[in-house]
Design a binder for this molecule. Sequence first.
Ligand SMILES: NC(=O)c1ccc[n+]([C@@H]2O[C@H](COP(=O)([O-])OP(=O)(O)OC[C@H]3O[C@@H](n4cnc5c(N)ncnc54)[C@H](O)[C@@H]3O)[C@@H](O)[C@H]2O)c1
Ligand SMILES: [Zn+2]
Length: 403
Amino acid sequence: MPVHECKITDNERVLETVRYVLSIHHNRSSFLINNKYITNSLNNEYINVDLGDRSYAIRIATDFGPLSALPGNGRKTLLISDTNVSPLYGNVCAAALQAAGFTVIPATVAAGEPSKNLHVTEVLYNACAAAGLDRSSSITALGGGVVGDLAGFVAATYLRGLDFIQVPTSLLAMVDSSVGGKTGVNLEAGKNLVGCFYQPTEVVINPETLKTLPEREYRSGLAEVFKYGLILDGDFYRRLSDAGEALRERHDGLLAGVIARCCALKADVVASDEHERGGQRALLNFGHTFGHAIEAWSGYGRMLHGEAVAIGMVFAARLSQRYGGLNGDDVELLEQNLTAVGLPIRLQAEADAWPDIRQRMQSDKKSAGGSLRFVLLDGIGSAAANRRVTESDLTEVWNVISH
Ligand SMILES: NC(=O)c1ccc[n+]([C@@H]2O[C@H](COP(=O)([O-])OP(=O)(O)OC[C@H]3O[C@@H](n4cnc5c(N)ncnc54)[C@H](O)[C@@H]3O)[C@@H](O)[C@H]2O)c1
Ligand SMILES: [Zn+2]
């Protein structure tokens, strides 16, 4: 494996670079090797994301390899991971890439949302240069949505675009962020303000990696799983409702199927509305208008995204009930389902928090043309975007949701 030094010449950046570590591993033995993920091949499922000449496959299998469907032929790939995921799966992922014929150059960023910024992007560009990547090279993202969004942005922009392999390891990344091509980083001014649509060349999902995902992160991902059922697939939603405990406890066999269904649903949405112009992709924002607002209001990092989305979905479901889309039993079942997997359904907030949260909903980038629109349910498994709601309905739902 080639070895490259990352030289930091700008003194002002040294402290920051310590925080946002980029380490080029000289010694592969620094990874913990877990061969279990190579040998336990139980299933193999492929889902196609149909985008003409940019179509790609999502492979779901309880192993990593050989990682790429495309022959590596000695081509280089910068394997970007984070400080939590790299020690767990970096080595086995690198081995699977090597088995597919790639020359692997690992790069590790500090785990967590703060790494998703332009400074770390630049550090990674420099790592690409130091590794001698050329137009035939690729970027591989191994990790959660932070690594995927960051690495995807590097892949989209370095040398005007390199092949990009997504290897998501968080539930959120498996069912949401690794599919669909949204890449980007945050600015001080807000999340995901810089980025572009750039589809991966393939997505490789190994549900076994979820066994090491921290409990709170796992539950947070489940909010997005329920979202797919609610907006697009009532049967799937009912299966999830029945799964209850098994879902919470990450039962083998259950997860691969659940992830596959979510990916298939997202793949259809992306294929029909890749750039979120037609309204179909906007349905995926169900629960997110209120969710984003309370995530920002509580201070980023306090509440996980999925926790905010869970409360946001209850908010949107209760609004849907007011507009005739759901009945009281539907709302009650949703609250039970979310509670059963350990997700919150109420916001702990004083009543006077409402004006601030209401204002934040207005400034959410998804509010079209100034007036506040919601994704509402017309029934379980059926949603519509851009629905107007009245101020009094918003306030009354707020009164139920907050305490
Ligand atoms: N591109 C998109 O379409 C899209 C969609 C939704 C969210 N996002 C973005 O995704 C990000 C959130 O993603 P996330 O929730 O995966 O966060 P994350 O990438 O920070 O991962 C969560 C935590 O889990 C750790 N982790 C990941 N996989 C692990 C594993 N298998 N074992 C042990 N630890 C593991 C990570 O190191 C991190 O500490 C946000 O930046 C959000 O904006 C993007
Ligand atoms: Zn989300």
